[in-house]
Design a protein around this ligand. Structure first.
Ligand code: F0G
Length: 448
């Protein structure tokens, strides 16, 4: 059997529900314009009887697909044949129990786990999604691709693009992207277009460009990307001894991750591979808090897929009328019109999710703590820790519950925020460099 016969694309709008095979590439339902999902006829696929069966793949890590932290779970994302699958060693990430960071957030020892997605080849979680989407791009014979980005998508896309021999174009908002990420896109050979606008402007333009020029779109509107991002959850469950934590905490930007995580758990539960689904906490920055506002204040909900579009339309019309542009030091999540909003609402429904926004100050302090006691992360990633601290203080998350925080990007992605936090002494945990004369005795006096 051709394995890809068991997968198809399906519109998430229950009043449309249009289905398409995986040999086509769209970023929106061609019938109604809603988001698309990848669905599977599970009975046609060789899904293991229990999740721990995947452990066998550790013995055959010389096989490139078994080495990949994404493709060793390939039965759970079987939309293309192995010959199309691209891998550059993504997903070799670790889950670290970190009681010091846990203590900062108000957790009891042994309860906080940090999932370091910054250890991916391009330094962020995006590689999980790109390996999947580029496999699809190869399957459909794409020659040129594009994305809008706050930085990490562009770094990851351009890396996979040159590996696959595709031309790549990235759209970024002028002055809106951290230097580590911009340097990667240029170094990996992407054509980089800086638009005078923010990420939301870039996102709109890239869709126009892809439609007009027939480019393959690599933003998380692409449903194949989200299939790869499901594996972040599989690896957390794996590293917890094939058990599910009580909570997942994740930063929310364009809401691709949160969308993928809910889908992952719903599928695992449907397949009888897990007994319970964890709760999820999705954390915005206060300067880019559309999700928080819509869910907590405007009561926007999944509602079986019949989301009240008018609430969203009115909200966005108001943003436009006010000329609002989001602002946060966590530039990765500086987004006010998240494209996966509806899928994220579905995740909130599946995982009994909760949404909060945290200040830039709280993000920078949490980042300094992850740096001091852990492997470090970029600002957006630390929103998950700041959000956890907030939720423990509120009593929503118990200090005894097991929480896995997804640290989405590497600390070197955004050195400017880190250096100014420490150097300017602006934060609670600033670690300022000390000026010293070029004199041994004077230097010795300074060493503590
Ligand atoms: N953390 C980091 C480090 C990111 O780069 C992003 C998104 C997010 C969190 C938010 O994830 O969109 O799935 O909710 N970065 C995108 C980009 C938008 O263009 O690199 P999300």
């Amino acid at each position: 059997m051709n394995i890809s016969d068991a997968a198809y694309q399906k519109c998430i709008n229950p009043d449309c529900g249009a289905e398409f095979d995986c040999g086509q590439s769209f970023f929106k339902c061609p019938k109604c314009g809603e988001l698309l999902d990848i669905r599977y006829d599970w009975e046609k696929l060789p899904v293991p009887a229990k999740l721990s069966d995947f452990s066998k793949r550790w013995a055959s890590r010389d096989e490139r697909l078994d080495f990949s932290g994404v493709w060793r779970f390939r039965e759970l994302l079987s939309f293309c044949q192995d010959k199309y699958k691209v891998s550059i060693g993504e997903g070799q990430t670790i889950l670290e129990e970190n009681s010091k960071v846990g203590e900062y957030a108000g957790m009891r020892p042994g309860r906080l786990f940090l999932q370091y997605e910054g250890l991916n080849p391009s330094g962020s979680f995006k590689d999980n999604g790109m390996t999947a989407a580029f496999s699809h791009a190869k399957m459909v014979g794409a020659g040129s691709c594009a994305c809008a980005s706050t930085g990490n998508t562009s770094a990851s896309m351009s890396l996979y693009a040159h590996r696959c021999g595709l031309k790549s174009t990235v759209f970024i908002g002028s002055g809106r992207i951290a230097f580590g990420k911009l340097s990667q896109a240029m170094d990996y050979g992407a054509q980089t277009i800086q638009i005078r606008g923010d990420f939301d402007d870039c996102m709109r333009q890239v869709q126009g460009v892809c439609t007009k020029l027939g480019l393959y779109l690599l933003n998380s509107l692409n449903p194949f990307r989200l299939e790869g991002q499901k594996t972040i959850m599989y690896r957390i469950v794996e590293q917890m001894g094939w058990s599910v934590p009580d909570w997942i905490a994740v930063p929310g930007g364009n809401l691709g991750n949160s969308s993928a995580f809910g889908k992952a758990f719903e599928e695992l539960r449907g397949l009888g591979l897990i007994a319970k689904v964890p709760r999820i906490a999705i954390i915005n920055a206060t300067g880019a808090d559309t999700l928080t506002d819509l869910v907590n204040n405007k009561k926007l909900a999944w509602n079986g897929g019949r989301v009240e579009q008018k609430i969203i339309d009115d909200y966005y019309a108001d943003l436009t009328a006010r000329g609002f542009s989001p602002h946060t030091c966590a530039s990765a999540i500086e987004i006010s019109r998240p494209v996966n909003l509806k899928k994220c609402l579905r995740t909130i429904d599946i995982c009994d999710g909760i949404v909060r926004a945290v200040t830039d100050e709280a993000i920078c302090d949490a980042k300094a703590i992850v740096g001091k006691y852990g492997l470090g992360c970029e600002p957006a990633s630390a929103a998950s820790i700041a959000g956890l601290k907030h939720l423990v203080a509120e009593g929503v998350i118990g200090s005894d519950e097991r929480v896995a925080c997804v640290l989405t990007g590497h600390p070197l992605k955004d050195p400017n925020v880190t250096v100014s936090y420490h150097k300017d002494g602006q934060g609670q945990f600033s670690n300022r460099p000390i000026e010293a004369p070029n004199d041994l005795d004077e230097i010795l006096k300074l060493i503590k």
